[in-house]
Design a protein around this ligand. Sequence first.
Ligand SMILES: Cc1cc2nc3c(=O)[nH]c(=O)nc-3n(C[C@H](O)[C@H](O)[C@H](O)COP(=O)(O)OP(=O)(O)OC[C@H]3O[C@@H](n4cnc5c(N)ncnc54)[C@H](O)[C@@H]3O)c2cc1C
Length: 403
Amino acid sequence: MEHQNTGRILVAGTGPAGLIAALGFADAGFSVTLVGTEASGPDSRTTALMNPALKVLERLGVLDGLRPMAAPLKVMRIVDATDRLIRSPVVTFRASEIDEDQFGLNLPNSALYPALAKAVAAHSGIEWRKSMVETWHLDAGHVHATLSDGSEVTALLAVAADGRMSPAREAAGISTSARSYPQAALVLNFEHRADHAFTSTEFHTETGPFTQVPLPGKRSSLVWVVRPETARELLALDDVSLSTRVEQRMQSMLGRVSVEPVRQIYPLSAVTPRRFAQDRVALVGEAAHVFPPIGAQGLNLGIRDVDDLIGIACENRADPGAAKALASYDFKRRPDILARSSAVNLLNMSLLSDMLPAQLARSAGLGVLGGFSPLRAFFMREGLRPGSGFAALAGALGKQVRR
Ligand SMILES: Cc1cc2nc3c(=O)[nH]c(=O)nc-3n(C[C@H](O)[C@H](O)[C@H](O)COP(=O)(O)OP(=O)(O)OC[C@H]3O[C@@H](n4cnc5c(N)ncnc54)[C@H](O)[C@@H]3O)c2cc1C
């Protein structure tokens, strides 16, 4: 054993959720040990973060440096591009309808992750062990992690930000329900002739969504969900052929398209744990929820996990890993995580389904949303922050009653 450390908080995992958790706990005055290696390899993905998540990044001091690489999201559109009998009208959400300047920002992961890692490295309240947790031992009073470099870390609370397979979740004996989808996401960025006007368009197709999200200038990012074999075929195309396919799929909405070199494939799956905390281990990010990339939900939800966990730890400073604190965390996160996970999974399944009732429900739902602006405003506010749509609706109803 080389080192011994009794940190109060051990954060396992150095994806975005882990880095944000380490920074947030350290800023809240906890002594933090972060365990995980630095990210390596190209990541062409971008992450659309909504305004409440951006406020968290701002608080952590990383947002200003990222703004030049990010594009604001002012309009979000859903287009039914299926060939099905029952099709939905185009639904357009405008930030201005709910008195916001933008819904959020689209940030390249290649800028976001290094900015977070740099802030962690510079933070005096964080000890970063660039190693992996090899084994966990949990007892009534502490968590003990043995790392692959031979060192050990002991803490009162383990924040499991160790991704979809989460070894910490397994060590805490938290079981999951999991499914894999017959879908994969092809991810790339592209240039286009026409202006995107800060509009993101999600085309719903029979194999999943095709989502264009603006980047600075005449560039956009793309997440194209197709069957796994189609993803492999598209990946193997030369640039000109793939550019033509992307342009055709978008009905030339942004004019001539030119794809950039890095292309990646992500298989789609869903994982929902039965509990969100147990035995001094609290789950955040993909350790707590995995679902298809529809409607930019994943990391936004992950940041809310971290924010709520820090709030509860601050109310239980003497022992942030105590059973009472973990029960509060489970209780607080459960409705948000389950509602988001089931909405995204249902929408995804309704796209794949050949069954008329599923198509009808999706079409009717989008039809009602498209035609009724108070309901659309409600969903936009709920999309930004759970509960705020209800608050605004209650306010509007109150005004009606007082008139
Ligand atoms: C194509 C695509 C597009 C997306 N777009 C958006 C979007 O626009 N908006 C949005 O909000 N979300 C989006 N998401 C979701 C978002 O990317 C995820 O929610 C986010 O990356 C999850 O981060 P994480 O830190 O929880 O997990 P990960 O990034 O998977 O990080 C987990 C980390 O844990 C580490 N780890 C594992 N085991 C151990 C161990 N034993 N010891 C130490 N470390 C360990 C891993 O090495 C890894 O670094 C998208 C996802 C995909 C696939």
